[in-house]
Design a protein around this ligand. Structure first.
Ligand code: HEC
Length: 245
């Protein structure tokens, strides 16, 4: 067990810290904020992949220069800008190890995809933000025991299938009365253990409709059937399950 010093957290929460079970690191009592930060970290990484799409799908170019190190650096830079937390400083916050495990997961996913990313002669390679997010969640779970996934009602990949809790919250998000963009957080039990669950809704942007839009049932560039979403509709959610105690 580690002894935790109180420190002023830049996000504003001065919290009583409790010890957490994973990798010997400590977790702030404000677990909601931790869950938000994890969501932020995966969103940033996904955004980086999104920016790289034209580069990744350039069939004339071999080495794209889009490496795991590039990803990790971008994620840490942008996270610092948004939260003032500098993950390059050791123990910047008590839960820094958990955040770094997620950065590491994002790095690994990009590193593992190098042979695909750097392939010459094919344009669409299937390395897209949603795939990056799914693989990152899988790597991160192995490292931390924290579940992080992209899910949706009309999911494409079985790994993204919502569980009962997620399905219920997705239904709530898709209700017109739900305030747009408002996330959902709850302390509950999973497999007999206390957890914090957070879900952050996501909506279809114009850029999504080439694959998820109309006409419904037509194949998109990835070979999946389009869902017929319209701009602004609920697309899905990022879901986090953070073990407590
Ligand atoms: C190039 C085509 C393409 C584009 C553009 C695209 N997606 Fe997807 N999306 C996919 C594929 C393929 C999957 C399945 C990924 C996997 O294997 O986990 C997916 C998965 C998802 C999922 C997870 C649930 C599921 O279906 O498995 C969500 C949520 C999602 N996309 C939302 C979006 C949003 C929001 C946008 C726009 C910001 C977007 N997508 C843009 C192809 C696309």
């Amino acid at each position: 067990m580690e002894v935790i010093r109180m420190r002023t957290m830049t996000m504003g929460a001065l919290a009583v810290f409790i010890l957490a079970g994973w990798t010997g690191s400590a977790l702030a009592a404000n677990e909601g904020e931790v869950a938000e930060h994890l969501i932020e970290l995966v969103k940033i990484g996904r955004g980086v992949v999104s920016e790289q799409m034209a580069n990744i799908n350039d069939q004339t170019k071999g080495d794209k220069g889009f490496t795991g190190d590039y990803m990790a650096a971008q994620v840490m830079d942008r996270f610092k800008k948004r939260t003032k937390i500098d993950l390059r400083i050791p123990n910047a916050v008590p839960q820094a190890n958990l955040y770094l495990a997620l950065v590491e997961a994002e790095k690994e996913v990009v590193d593992e995809a190098q042979p695909v990313i750097n392939k010459v002669g094919i344009s669409f390679k299937g390395f897209i933000p949603a795939v990056f997010a799914r693989r990152t969640g899988e790597h991160f779970y192995k490292k931390s025991g924290v579940r992080l996934k992209l899910t949706g009602i009309d999911y494409r990949n079985p790994s993204n299938k919502p569980d009962d809790f997620e399905a219920e919250v997705l239904r709530m998000f898709s209700d017109a009365r739900h305030p747009k963009g408002q996330s959902y957080v709850r302390n509950t039990m999973l497999d007999g253990r206390p957890v914090l669950r957070m879900m952050d809704p996501e909506y279809a942007a114009a850029s999504c409709l080439g694959c998820h839009g109309s006409p419904k049932g037509e194949r998109d560039v990835s070979g999946h059937k389009k869902e017929g979403w319209k701009e602004g509709e609920l697309a899905g959610a990022i879901s986090v399950v953070l073990p407590l105690k």
